[in-house]
Design a protein around this ligand. Structure first.
Ligand SMILES: [Zn+2]
Length: 363
């Protein structure tokens, strides 16, 4: 994803900042600087200290969110789950992991680890603030220890918010793990998602009367619940099939030496939007409609497929399950995968192949 910027890595996990995070950073700092004690630093003198504390609090807040995510990741890693990266975005963080453990007790611990980290940080900071506040002679509304109070409180709220029993919050996963001890994983997800939707509905209703922000959160919870339900059903159903069962074997390939103009004609005639690029018998890359759509008409005759193709080939093996292929597609955000066996291209699997199989399975 080009919309994120990698800032480093912790425990071998790349940490990224999403563009929305960079936009929200000054907004949070502004909120802290205009709110009065004990919600912000307004009134602190000199004014520069107000701004510095507001900015520092914002940065530390996101460091706390990162620690929350690392809590999940740490437990996940101990169960052998691969974490691709952690991205900090507008409202919190997201760890993208290859798969969530299906073992209810593992999912339970993993989901709880995040809020637990937030509570621990919260109580430590509030405790430190309490001690410092009683030893120092009051805040005067300007003390740096106010930051401990603000960050501590936010961490407690963050932990509680994440325990709301609805996807995509951690509480939704806890609820699923609770159900999954009593029934199949798909059914458990369905029940947990149903509960989350009901919860979202009630929250939206409350929002109508009290606070319009609740409607927004309710909407986000409702979408999260539906998505989780759908993607779990898809991946469990697709586990029964291998890539070789549903891939297209009749693969049209293109040469890296043809022009983009020739390629777009070829796409139009063959009606597929992505093709492996082959030079003789060797696979060089993949080229899709997305790679060429922004090339202006006058450049189309001079640009070659080799200039625009993606060299980084994302492939699966014909023996992989369709469910694994679906995950690879989702994690990498691509619409098609090349099927490679012993270094040789044997087929292509597109999102529409998977969707077709899903439709047939649901009949
Ligand atoms: Zn969490």
């Amino acid at each position: 994803m080009k919309s994120s910027l990698k800032i480093g890595s912790i425990m071998g996990i790349p940490v990224k900042l999403h563009i929305t995070f960079l936009l929200i950073l000054p907004v949070f700092a502004l909120v802290f600087s205009i709110n009065e004690y004990p919600l912000g630093f307004a009134g602190t003198t000199p004014v520069i200290l107000n701004y510095a504390l507001s900015l520092l609090t914002t940065i530390l807040l996101f460091a706390c969110i990162l620690l929350h995510e690392l809590g999940h990741s740490y437990i996940a890693k101990s169960y052998g789950v691969e974490i691709k990266d952690i991205t900090l975005l507008l409202f919190g963080g997201v760890s993208s992991m290859e798969e969530i453990p299906r073992e209810p007790s593992q999912e339970l611990r993993m989901a709880f680890a995040g809020p637990l980290v937030s509570f621990i940080i919260g109580f430590i900071l509030l405790g430190a603030n309490y001690i410092l506040a009683s030893t120092a002679s009051g805040y005067g509304g300007t003390s740096i220890w106010l930051m401990f109070y603000i960050l501590g409180s936010i961490n407690i709220v963050l932990g509680l918010f994440n325990l709301l029993p609805a996807f995509p919050m951690d509480g939704g996963r806890l609820l699923r793990a609770w159900y999954a001890k009593r029934m199949s994983y798909v059914k458990a997800t369905h029940y947990a998602a149903g509960f989350g939707k009901m919860f979202a509905f009630l929250m939206g209703l409350l929002g109508l009367f009290f606070n319009p922000w609740l409607i927004l959160i309710a909407f986000f919870v409702y979408i999260g619940a539906s998505e989780e339900d759908k993607s779990t059903t898809i991946s469990v159903l697709l586990e029964k099939y291998n890539v070789s069962d549903i891939m297209s074997e009749d693969v049209r390939t293109v040469s890296p030496d043809i022009t983009v103009e020739e390629l777009s004609k070829f796409m139009f005639e063959n009606k597929h939007l992505g093709y492996p690029v082959m030079q003789g018998n060797s696979l060089k890359g993949i080229v899709t409609f997305t790679d060429i759509r922004n090339i202006i008409p006058t450049d189309r005759f001079a640009t070659l497929v080799s200039d625009v193709m993606t060299r980084d080939i994302i492939s699966v093996s014909p023996e992989d399950t369709a469910s694994e292929a679906f995950k690879v597609m989702t994690v990498n955000n691509v619409g098609r995968l090349l099927v490679v066996s012993d270094g040789e291209l044997v087929g292509i699997l597109s999102r529409s192949d998977l969707m077709r199989t899903m439709t047939l399975l649901n009949e």
